[in-house]
Design a protein around this ligand. Structure first.
Ligand SMILES: Cc1cc2nc3c(=O)[nH]c(=O)nc-3n(C[C@H](O)[C@H](O)[C@H](O)COP(=O)(O)O)c2cc1C
Length: 166
């Protein structure tokens, strides 16, 4: 079983989840930035992660999935500044699943990730009121993903591995 964990991460939060997933995987494994991944050929399973940017998948993640994931076994992991139970978040996550429509999607995980100070400051200057309101919510996100969420990510990885290995 050869497993890839690949992530796109601007401020390191999705990377923390990627590392937690990577730690939990047994067998042959690789951890890479998404931009370094030419192809998913040769991997039995690929965990692919990226953040939500402006109410949908980060462009880098969406394009990667659309161009390189067809027919491959993929498990997605997503971070977002919104709390996991916020109304409306499912629509953003559905857009991530839709980007992986041509893949064999074998798992899906999402959790809150801190909104960095620099990004919050930039969002506060946005013309979009919804993005401005995100900027205001930075304090609630500080310290995420916390240990509880990273543990959930480890459990998710083990559960996907067990299912795929059958
Ligand atoms: C330009 C921009 C737009 C964002 N839009 C959203 C959003 O619509 N919803 C949300 O919950 N988080 C949003 N975020 C927050 C990130 O998804 C969150 O902080 C994530 O954990 C960052 O991951 P990273 O450190 O791996 O880049 C946005 C971040 C940026 C930079």
């Amino acid at each position: 079983m050869r497993t890839l964990v690949a992530y796109f991460s601007q401020t390191g939060k999705t990377k923390l989840v990627a590392e937690a997933i990577y730690e939990s995987i047994e067998g042959e494994r690789e951890l890479k930035e998404l931009g370094q991944v030419e192809s998913l050929e040769g991997y039995d399973l690929s965990f692919i992660g990226f953040p939500i940017i402006a109410f949908g998948p980060a462009k880098e993640g969406k394009e990667f999935l659309e161009q390189k994931a067809a027919g491959r076994k993929v498990a997605l992991f997503i971070t977002h500044a919104a709390p996991e139970d916020m109304a409306g978040i499912e629509a953003w996550l559905d857009k991530c699943r839709a980007a992986a429509a041509s893949a064999d999607l074998v798992g899906f995980f999402d959790c809150q990730g801190e909104l960095s100070e620099a990004i919050a400051a930039a969002l506060l200057k946005s013309d979009d009121p919804a993005l401005r309101s995100f900027g205001e919510r930075r304090p609630e996100t500080v310290g995420q993903p916390d240990e509880t969420r990273l543990q959930r990510a480890r459990d998710f990885a083990r559960e996907v591995m067990a299912r795929v290995e059958g």
